[in-house]
Design a protein around this ligand. Structure first.
Ligand SMILES: [Zn+2]
Length: 397
């Protein structure tokens, strides 16, 4: 069996009805299993979540606790992200697939660069100011394939921003399935809706249009699989990572904390990790300014451990609704990074293919269950996974 895994960035439970009214998403639900109540992981950030999708582990085990390593003394625009698969400490589906001699493709997937398990790799990497986008991509991607695709189709891409980049990602998927050697496993991350919500707001016309574009891209990928006569052998897994909430009130928490007690904040959007030599003093400062700094809850070491947060994080905060933590004065719209107690932390899962029930709804699941469930369907070994297999998805248990 082959795998086609598509992640939709920044859609969640509140978007389920809108998505299920669109052709590709409704067809997938009718022909397979759908769950609209998948508990995502803490923190609700794209890189940690996509790593959990690949490993079935929480950040404490897989090691990706944020989109970026903590770099308090580097200007925000110059900070590195977790771009290399080598940053992940747990076994990934990439590696498990490669062990089974499967040919893997990965497109715009976070934390996937410099990847010996992936044959066709177009990773999500962002050039920092002064860096060449092309040079950066070649360093982290599969350079020969990327250059060939760029020579043939690069001109069709209007920009390297959304929604143009997602359209190019869908095109790469089509070309891979139309090739003489289509991928055994393909992972693609579609970012359009996340970009629109961050830039224009959660229920903006732009975000709604992005969902329709996501539907068309998923349809294009499924049609490419059909054209290649691979439909009978294909497991489709469509997932989302987190939703967003409008958070127009930006708080400069890092600079406030620095002046109050010398501690530092690493923003998660609607949450933040707190670091410093004296966390008791930091906690006192947070308590003293709780309302003023837009803080809903202060998370203790024990609470963070129970969330399987990264082990170096001993103090954190969640923001009040409508608030987010920023590093520089800017206008903010949609944000995530909130705690797990809101509907936007319940994500979506569609599974469809041989051996999977038809038209079945699963009431609830955990995001870390997805990787071990896919491993079971494909006969892959993922011994590090902390999630459980979603047996109710399979016709024969
Ligand atoms: Zn995301």
């Amino acid at each position: 069996m082959r795998l086609c895994m598509i992640s939709l960035d920044a859609v969640a439970q509140p978007d389920a009805d809108r998505l299920l009214s669109l052709s590709a998403f409704s067809a997938l639900a009718e022909n397979g299993v759908f769950c609209g109540n998948v508990k995502t992981i803490y923190p609700t950030l794209t890189y940690p979540i996509h790593t959990s999708l690949l490993t079935g582990c929480f950040p404490a085990a897989h090691g990706i606790g944020h989109n970026q390593p903590f770099q308090p003394d580097t200007p925000p625009s110059m900070r590195k992200w977790y771009w290399s698969v080598g940053d992940i400490r747990a076994k990934t589906l990439y590696q498990a697939a490669k062990e089974k001699r499967m040919d893997v493709a990965s497109i715009l997937w976070p934390v996937s660069g410099k990847n010996r398990f992936v044959r066709w790799n177009f990773p999500e990497v962002l050039p920092l100011p002064g860096e060449s986008a092309v040079k950066k991509m070649l360093e982290y991607a599969s350079p020969v394939w990327i250059l060939r695709m760029e020579a043939r189709y690069g001109k069709t891409r209007k920009s390297i921003h959304q929604p143009d980049l997602d359209d190019y990602a869908a095109l790469l998927c089509e070309k891979l399935y139309a090739s003489r050697r289509p991928p055994d496993a393909l992972f693609v991350h579609l970012v359009d809706c996340d970009a629109m919500r961050h830039n224009y707001g959660v229920e903006s016309a732009e975000a709604h249009a992005a969902m329709e574009r996501l539907n068309r891209r998923v349809e294009r990928i499924i049609n490419a699989v059909r054209k290649a006569n691979l439909l009978d052998d294909m497991l489709f897994c469509v997932v989302s990572d987190h939703g967003q909430q409008d958070a127009p009130n930006g708080i400069l928490l890092d600079s406030e904390l620095q002046s109050a007690c010398g501690a530092r904040a690493q923003s998660l959007g609607m949450g933040a990790y707190i670091f410093g030599p004296d966390l008791a003093a930091a906690r006192k400062a947070l308590q003293a300014h709780q309302a003023e700094w837009g803080i809903k809850a202060i998370l203790s070491k024990e609470e963070l451990e129970a969330l399987h947060a990264p082990e170096n994080v001993k103090l954190a905060v969640d923001a009040l609704p409508g608030h987010c933590f920023i590093d520089r004065q800017e206008e903010t719209f949609g944000e995530h990074g909130f705690g797990l107690d809101c509907p936007q932390a319940r994500t979506l899962l569609w599974l469809s293919g041989p051996g999977i029930h038809i038209g079945r709804r699963i009431e609830e699941a955990n995001l870390i269950d997805i990787a071990p469930t896919l491993a079971k369907a494909l006969g892959l070994s993922l011994p590090d996974a902390e999630g459980k297999i979603l047996n109710e998805a399979f016709i024969q248990r």
